[in-house]
Design a protein around this ligand. Structure first.
Ligand SMILES: [Zn+2]
Length: 674
């Protein structure tokens, strides 16, 4: 998915102050921002997003193979080109065992002629396992195996009651359409998407030579629609308390006996697990009922369709094209499929991601960048400490606990210290489908091997070549991959205002902000799901959060489709907290170094906000934006800018925003977290 869960950016005070750095030019514009992308005809107080990048918005078309455009697409494109070069070099002349694996996986994927020649032969053994299912016990057991679809999925994660140990989690999973809304909402647009989805199921059935493709499609959609009605909404799934229900074997059998928990756990190597933490309890119960009351033949049709659909990229072109026709074109409005090599690099990222990451880091990660980023992390940490210490709405007990949590944040920059060992992953030089399944089995075995041991805090959830960052509340870790620490987000030669706004606010401050958003605040300094807030302070926090959710509920990016204030609340709070704190960090910098000069007619504060807005430069196709609004916790870029700055007093002062301006909010309606 295109929307990173976190953004990182920025530049470090020390780097900027160093004479060597000062002599070099910023990568973007003269001070780190493309001022030519701005639209001076727009009043900043009316539409700050358009003011900061209106010319870019007008003149920059979305590439035919993309769901959107902007820095969050361009930088990953550049990295794919860099990785492609490395992978092609390795593939031409592999020497080490891991280079052979990379070469085999990439060559198997790129060999379209070979894929075409083998036709459906590679998929037959997997479909045969579905055909061989004779009863519901066998059905449930097969659903638990890597590669097959299921209404409920089991996984291994850190225990929210004791994050030093692993536990088993169970919960609902995505069906063929992105969320339940796509099955249930009324309106022409949704009818059209459902019709296209039905046609896609029919087409796959015909391509695979299955009997009664039309009837199958109707039965499959009827089954998914039933399941979707019982699934939890994306906003409800954000509630860590509601989705934390530790159950023993007897309780699991009472919850959903159809899943044969003991046999199922044993069949996937988890026979020793005494409890399972169930996320969406009622959805699991309902899915169990569907196992019992939907005909076995329909379930088998469903598994067959999903296997073909989920692995269509590894099958002959007609399957791949049909898959893109629905998921790319019909759902997201994208005209053209991405080039095969690009998807090959993305495939490697999910199968041998850390092996490729090791090559990437060796070539593209200057060691000094980690030091520069660490300076910024330290500065943001100090700013958060100051903010928490001064927050008038916090009582002393909560403040003490919040400072303890801040002190225990574990920032990780660049790449893992310990890399995944892929030596037991078997890679075929000819069969991409076998490689896809082997990858899932390998990952599961890795998880299983870790399960009985203490949680390994060195693991990364993202590869170093990913333009993104994340916060993990049970680990209390902020993880910033190497790829996002480069221009436009991180540039030692840029104006300090740019670096504080971009890496400071949208990446590091944003991620730290997740530790105190409506979800993250429910985890303590040790990552335990535990309420450490006094009721009085929690009530004051809730007033702020509710106000922000109500603001975002009002925004309607597509006619009839509003932002979901509760779904996006955590991201919006992280954005707001990141901005408030990064601005404070910037003012600390200014206090140390003196008031910054006016550049290109902009004060330091103005440059801070313009850079913040340009970090979110972006636009999306309507279908992709609809999917984002219905399912993604991140607000569209425009609202991550306009919806945030209008709550922040220094922005009003920097641009002399007045009550007659469209983004103006009276002071008592502005949300201040820190
Ligand atoms: Zn985030």
């Amino acid at each position: 998915m295109k929307f990173r869960s976190v953004l990182l950016v920025a530049g470090a005070a020390v780097a900027i102050a160093s004479p060597a750095a000062a002599q070099q030019k910023a990568a973007y514009g003269s001070w780190g921002v493309e001022t030519k992308d701005m639209d001076p005809s727009v009043k900043p107080g009316d539409d700050f997003f358009a003011y900061a990048e209106g010319t870019w918005l007008k003149n920059h078309p979305i590439p035919a193979d993309k769901t959107g455009a902007g820095y969050n697409y361009e930088l990953p494109d550049e990295i794919e080109l860099q990785v492609r070069k490395m992978v092609e070099q390795v593939s031409a002349n592999p020497t080490t065992p891991i280079e052979h694996k990379i070469a085999d996986a990439y060559n198997a994927w790129m060999d379209e002629g070979g894929i075409e020649a083998r036709g459906l032969a590679p998929v037959q053994p997997y479909l045969a396992r579905i055909n061989a299912v004779k009863n519901r016990s066998q059905l449930v057991e097969l659903m638990a195996q890597p590669g097959y679809a299921a209404p409920v999925r089991l996984g291994i994660t850190a225990d929210q009651d004791d994050p030093t140990r692993y536990t088993v989690r169970a919960g609902q999973v995505r069906l063929g359409l992105p969320t339940r809304d796509y099955y249930l909402l009324k309106g022409d647009k949704y009818d059209a998407i459902r019709a296209a989805y039905r046609q896609y199921i029919v087409d796959l059935g015909k391509l695979a030579g299955l009997s009664d493709p039309e009837g199958r499609a109707d039965r499959i959609i009827a089954l998914e629609t039933k399941i979707s009605k019982d699934q939890w909404t994306p906003e409800r799934r954000r509630d860590p308390v509601a989705t934390h229900n530790v159950m023993n074997r007897a309780q699991l059998m009472k919850l959903a006996p159809q899943f044969n928990w003991s046999e199922t756990l044993r069949s996937i190597g988890l026979g020793s697990a005494k409890t399972v933490d169930v996320a969406e309890t009622t959805a699991v119960t309902a899915a169990g009922k569907r196992i019992a009351d939907v005909p076995l033949s329909t379930w088998k049709e469903y598994l067959t369709f999903r296997f073909l659909s989920d692995h269509a990229n590894d099958l002959p072109k007609a399957f791949d094209d049909a898959h893109f026709g629905f998921y790319g074109h019909a759902l997201n409005d994208v005209p053209e499929q991405q080039a095969r090599w690009k998807r090959g690099i993305q495939m490697l990222d999910s199968s041998l991601g850390e092996a490729v990451g090791q090559l990437y880091v060796a070539k593209f990660w200057p060691p000094q960048t980690a030091n520069l980023a660490q300076e910024l992390v330290d500065d943001m940490h100090a700013a958060y400490a100051e903010k928490i210490s001064n927050a008038a709405w916090m009582d002393e007990r909560t403040r003490k606990a919040a400072l303890a949590k801040l002190a225990s944040f574990d920032p990780r920059i660049g790449h893992p210290v310990k890399w995944i060992d892929y030596s037991t992953l078997a890679v075929s030089p000819t069969d991409p489908l076998a490689n896809a399944i082997a990858t899932q089995e390998f990952q599961w075995k890795l998880d299983l091997k870790r399960f009985p041991h203490p949680v390994d805090r060195t693991l990364w959830e993202m590869t170093p070549q990913t333009v993104n960052a994340y916060y993990d509340p049970t680990m209390n870790q902020i993880t910033v991959p190497a790829a996002i620490l480069q221009p436009p987000f991180f540039d030692a030669n840029a104006d300090p205002a740019v670096n504080y706004a971009e890496t400071g606010a949208t990446t590091i401050g944003h991620e730290m902000g997740h530790g105190f958003d409506d979800e993250g605040r429910q985890f303590d300094a040790k990552g335990r799901l535990r309420d450490w807030w006094t009721p009085a302070t929690a009530a004051k926090y809730k007033v702020k959060a509710d106000m922000l959710a109500a603001q975002f509920d009002q925004y309607e990016p597509i006619p009839g489709v509003h932002i979901k204030g509760k779904l996006t609340l955590g991201e919006n709070l992280a954005d707001l907290g990141g901005m408030e704190t990064a601005y404070a960090a910037y003012r600390r910098y200014v206090a140390r170094h003196g008031e910054p000069p006016v550049i290109d007619g902009f004060t330091g504060d103005q440059r801070f906000f313009i850079a913040y807005a340009q970090a979110w430069q972006g636009k999306s196709r309507e279908g992709a934006e609809r999917q984002q609004l219905l399912s993604d916790p991140h607000s569209p870029e425009k609202y991550r800018v306009d919806g945030i700055v209008r709550n922040f007093d220094p922005w009003y002062k920097a641009f002399n925003v007045q009550p007659s301006d469209k983004l103006y909010l009276p002071p008592d309606q502005r949300v201040h977290v820190w």
